[in-house]
Design a binder for this molecule. Structure first.
Ligand code: AMP
Ligand code: MG
Length: 492
């Protein structure tokens, strides 16, 4: 078979309680919807193979090429605060690992390819809508320079899945640094299998944090390193108005990538308390709660590592607490760096934090559109004559004017010329995000009329979110009142 991926599988070398082996699973009529050629290239995969009958077999889970060793990974997790001791890949199949063009090991995983020993009462399938949603949003997140799992391919199965109604089925092929979650650690810790926790920790260090192998207290260093990556990640979500929606510990990757695109959403008007997920009744995963949920999840992670940190219990807890502090520290650093850049501040000066804070407050009170406001703010750098596009986004434009007067005084201290400040701001404030109403519209066109052109067009625009794309400006617009999406649903 020509062009078969060169699999180099390491997770399967871990003991047998880490996973279940899977058999391929035929689907009725697999049909290719989309291949991500740029990503295929990065992963060192042969595009012609992916488009061949054998490629389609692999991407739909029907038959495996040589070298693939499909498994479902075991994990547990805290879902909305409650511990569930057995979750695991119930609708996902890890095909194996490939080493990409940069020498990084990446998982290739199918989502929606059928039942596994972890499926519980689920059907192991995915609906086309959720596959297209993950494809579009994960690739947009990657283009926004946020670490994330990626989407390699979408395939229709020709079968229907039963949800509230009958929906067309599909399979997503996802690439990830790995699919090891906080919940994977919790799975073994809950079973008091400390040796398995140690093996998993060693595996994660070797794969994701090789630089700490030589530190004297490696498990302690692992905790701190995972905490830092998570802090940096969540700060970046806030900077683009992203709401994950289901930050359970089984959806938190220890590699520091955004994992699981179920009910995620982007803010239109700025509202720190915004929640879109229909299952998040209490607002646990609201936009501005995300930093504290990250800390909560990491505390659960630290608990799984306690026996590896020291002999005495009091020492274990003290070490864990110390390392967990690196989360908040890194979050603050990253938040400051990104938000300062969003306002055109080249270096930190006194009063900057207050300017950021007062602007966010004014945006909230004035129901200003998050993305448009920051994008247009760049034009105001040149002077108040250019303020109208941004100030008109505020219910009371005078609130903007008052704030802008102080902001301009601050900008006067910048050493860079205004044009350079404007350009720098445009490089961090995207014009295009996967707005909820647009995501729904392209999915609807695909499902209702088998029209994938809007999906492809929107994908193309989102792949270059910092450019203006005048011909596609509509994708940057805020939703009209009747277009506004108020609830998103889990990918199940
Ligand atoms: P998620 O909400 O996607 O994070 O999934 C939580 C858990 O439910 C994981 O163990 C999934 O494998 C499982 N799950 C979700 N949907 C399905 C499904 N359709 N069939 C089987 N398992 C599922
Ligand atoms: Mg999940």
């Amino acid at each position: 078979m020509a062009g078969v991926p060169h699999f180099d599988n390491s997770y399967i070398g871990l003991p047998k309680q880490f996973y279940e082996r899977l058999e391929p699973n035929r689907v009725a009529a697999p049909r290719l919807i989309q291949i991500n050629d740029v990503l295929a290239e990065e992963l060192g995969l042969d595009k012609n193979f992916l488009r061949s009958p054998a490629g389609l077999d692999m991407l739909s889970g029907c038959a495996m090429p040589p070298g693939a060793e499909p498994i479902a990974q075991a994990y547990a997790g805290h879902q909305f605060g409650e511990f569930v001791h057995q979750l695991g890949d119930g609708r996902a199949m890890l095909l194996g690992e490939v080493v990409d063009r940069n020498g990084i090991r990446r998982d290739l995983q199918l989502k929606g390819s059928g039942r596994t020993p972890f499926s519980r009462r689920g059907d192991g399938r995915a609906a086309l809508g959720s596959v297209l949603r993950e494809y579009l949003v994960s690739e947009a997140i990657a283009a926004l320079r946020i670490p994330t799992t990626r989407s390699l391919a979408a395939v229709a199965t020709g079968e229907q899945v039963i949800r509230e109604t009958l929906l067309p089925g599909a399979v997503l092929t996802r690439a990830a640094a790995s699919h090891i979650r906080v919940g994977t650690f919790e799975y073994f810790a809950a079973r008091r299998d400390i040796e398995a926790v140690r093996l998993l920790a060693d595996y994660v260090i070797a794969r994701h944090y090789p630089h700490i192998r030589f530190e004297s207290e490696t498990y302690r260093a692992l905790l701190g390193a995972v905490a830092e990556r998570q802090g940096a990640l969540i700060a970046r979500w806030l900077a683009v108005g992203f709401i994950h929606g289901v930050m359970n510990t089984d959806n938190m990757s220890v590699a520091g990538e955004l994992l699981d695109y179920g009910p995620c959403a982007f803010l239109d008007t700025f509202d720190p308390l915004a929640v879109f997920s229909s299952i998040d009744q209490a607002g646990r995963y609201a936009y501005s709660n995300q930093p504290s949920v990250g800390a909560w999840n990491l505390a659960r992670f630290s608990e799984t590592l306690l026996p590896l940190l020291a002999v005495a219990e009091t020492d274990q807890v003290a070490i864990a607490q110390q390392e967990l502090e690196r989360y908040g520290w890194r979050f603050k650093m990253e938040f400051q760096a990104i938000f300062h850049a969003k306002f055109g501040f080249g270096e930190v000066r006194e009063g900057d934090a207050e300017l950021v804070h007062s602007f966010l407050l004014a945006m909230t009170e004035n129901q200003a559109d998050f993305t448009l406001t920051f994008r247009r703010l760049a034009d105001s750098v040149l002077g108040p004559d250019d303020d109208e596009p941004v100030r008109s986004l505020f219910i009371n434009p005078l609130d903007f004017d008052r704030w802008a007067a102080v902001w301009r005084e601050r900008l006067a201290a910048e050493t860079r010329p205004p044009m350079a400040v404007r350009e720098a701001m445009r490089r961090v404030n995207p014009a295009f995000i996967p707005r909820n109403h647009r995501v729904e519209a392209v999915i609807k066109a695909a499902i209702k009329s088998s029209d994938y052109r809007p999906f492809e067009e929107f994908s193309r625009v989102l792949s270059k979110p910092y450019e203006d794309h005048p011909a596609f400006a509509k994708y940057g617009d805020a939703p009209a009142e009747h277009e506004r999406v108020s609830a998103t649903f889990c990918g199940t």
